[in-house]
Design a protein around this ligand. Structure first.
Ligand code: B12
Length: 488
């Protein structure tokens, strides 16, 4: 099992390895950022029965197609399992399986660790052919439906979508006041500072513990008849390890914040930032963040959104914020637990590092709103309110549905120097390293909102590639999960 090239996440894969291990399968986990060559070389060396690929971010989807094609070329006969948060049955059926699937060596998407045992045992049993033929039929149908669906869906042209953008009245609701701190600032916080901001819900999801209504979610999950006891034990273990980590300072938080004068471009599609107010007046642009606009037809009169709609045009003193934050130290702890063959604490450390960094992002966003930018000085929300997003403004992450293009992180890194100032690196596929990292743009306008760009047409992709000064095929590769057409 391997996390593919350019991707650093392995918590999900680790859980799968443990679950399969408990069911007497020998698992060779060859780690993260594994090139196709390495995966195939190790598969041969260990003479494996099944190969499993994992990935968290969308660029990994393309890499999985590459591995499937290479396996086919090189005559590999093992079934290929696909897993990880960014993967889906649909992507596996439409994009990966045509490159490899036969009854002898199928490609199967595995939703979570608990299903991995059934899948592997079926593949290695005498019932394989029957099992695989069913999946093959299901995937063939899904592929047909997908392509038929594409023909049925209607998309506005990019020009039509631009005409129907969100038109905020920046005179009636002006941009937030000028931030107290303009430019780049290194941000730190202690683990104690951020503990109250931890959202424990994803923690239980990581461990596949789900309470039944009305006991879904933290803390109600403790009352659940089926999983309540286990949830309590897990939570107590997490608290104990967290105390130890805090006392030993074995993990720490660091990040970078940038706050800049900003206006959207004349065509309304991108956002220019400036190093200072003087530079804005002189028209000296520091960098440009490119945005994507919705094009899939809506049944309502709702506008066709782009994040650039939330920033005022030239003539207004608007600003754009951004940050990148990481939790450092987890890798060392993971190494320690690996050497002690302690899978439970290894996964627990990774799950905690993820909680810490998300809580740090929540905490820092509040510091930005109430102090560094200061547009919500009087905000008096509880931590619970924050998790329900009751504040003004948003912090969409590059890669999330309102800006699915991961390459925008490169622009952010150029501007805020996240690697030089905080040691947060970017991989070839633009995964952030360490794995427990979050980055985001910060919009202050009360009318800004989270949305999903969805699929987009070639007319927009051509315009976007031009604006980004990126060759069209390269741009299409990065945007491949959201293209409403087949690339050449
Ligand atoms: C929690 C979370 C995070 C956490 C932790 C991530 C982690 N450790 O997995 C943090 C805060 C660090 C994070 C960061 C980011 N995230 Co995030 N995150 C999530 C979230 C909400 C849950 C993922 C998760 O942890 N699930 C629990 C784990 C245990 O499950 P899992 O990894 O999926 O693994 C299970 C199965 O997939 C399967 N499996 C996994 N591997 C394998 C392998 C094999 C062989 C098999 C059989 C099965 C299998 O079994 C596992 C156990 O059940 C998802 C959305 C979602 N609901 O999925 C977004 C999501 C994964 N994140 C996303 C993004 C974009 C990011 C960021 C780039 C955002 C940003 N700019 O900051 C960063 C990237 C971090 C980096 N280092 O580069 C996107 C990824 C897709 C995309 N658009 O690229 C998602 C899908 C959100 C979205 N809807 O867009 N994220």
């Amino acid at each position: 099992m391997a996390t593919v090239k350019g991707d650093v996440h392995d918590i999900g894969k680790n859980i799968v390895a443990v679950v399969l291990g408990c069911n007497n399968y020998k698992v060779y986990d060859i780690g993260v950022m594994c090139s196709c060559e390495k995966i195939l070389e190790k598969a041969k060396e260990y003479n494996v029965d099944v190969i499993g690929l994992s990935g968290l971010i969308t660029p990994s989807l393309d890499e999985m197609v590459v591995v499937a094609k290479e396996m086919s070329k090189a005559g590999f006969k093992q079934p290929l399992l696909i897993g990880g948060a960014t993967t889906s049955k649909m992507h596996t059926a439409v994009k990966i399986s045509p490159n490899f699937f036969t009854v002898e060596h199928p490609v199967i998407h595995v939703l979570d660790a608990s299903r991995s045992v059934t899948v592997v045992s079926s593949l290695l049993s005498g019932l394989k052919e029957e099992y695989v033929t069913d999946i093959q039929e299901e995937y063939d149908e899904m592929r047909e439906d997908y392509y038929a669906g594409l023909e049925d869906r209607y998309f506005l042209t990019f020009d039509q979508a631009k005409e129907q953008k969100l038109k905020i009245d920046f005179d009636a609701t002006p941009p937030a006041p000028t931030p107290k701190t303009i430019g780049v600032t290194v941000a730190e916080a202690s683990l104690e500072d951020i503990v109250p901001y931890i959202d424990w819900n994803p923690f239980f999801q990581t461990w596949e513990l789900r309470g039944r209504y009305p006991n879904r979610g933290y803390p109600k999950i403790f009352d659940d008849e089926a999983v309540g006891g286990e949830a309590k034990k897990l939570f107590a273990d997490a608290q104990a390890l967290m105390k130890e980590i805090i006392a030993n300072k074995s993990m720490y938080l660091k990040g970078v914040v940038g706050l800049f004068p900003a206006n959207r471009t004349d065509d309304g599609e991108d956002v220019m930032i400036y190093a200072s107010e003087e530079d804005r007046e002189a028209g000296k642009v520091l960098d440009t963040f490119c945005m994507l606009r919705q094009q899939a037809e809506k049944e309502s009169d709702d506008p066709y959104l782009s994040q650039s709609d939330f920033i005022a045009p030239a003539g207004y003193k608007d600003h754009l914020g951004m940050f990148a934050v990481s939790c450092f130290g987890c890798d060392k702890l993971v190494e320690k637990y690996e050497s002690e063959h302690d899978d439970y604490n290894k996964i627990m450390s990774q799950a905690l590092a993820d909680r810490f960094v998300e809580a740090f992002a929540e905490y820092l966003h509040r510091v930005i709103r109430t102090d560094m930018w200061g547009y919500a000085k009087d905000e008096s929300l509880t931590e619970e309110d924050l998790l329900k997003i009751k504040y003004d403004g948003i912090r969409p992450a590059p890669g999330y549905p309102s800006q699915p293009d991961h390459t925008e992180k490169t622009t952010m890194w150029n501007v805020i120097k996240a690697e030089e100032l905080a040691g947060i690196e970017l991989s070839d596929s633009l995964s952030m390293m360490p794995a427990a990292s979050v980055s985001a743009l910060v919009f202050a306008h009360p009318e800004s909102s989270y949305f999903a760009v969805g699929q987009i047409g070639k007319d927009q992709v051509e315009s976007y590639a031009g604006r980004k000064k990126m060759e069209l095929p390269r741009c299409e590769r990065w945007l491949s999960p959201i293209l409403n057409y087949e690339r050449d």
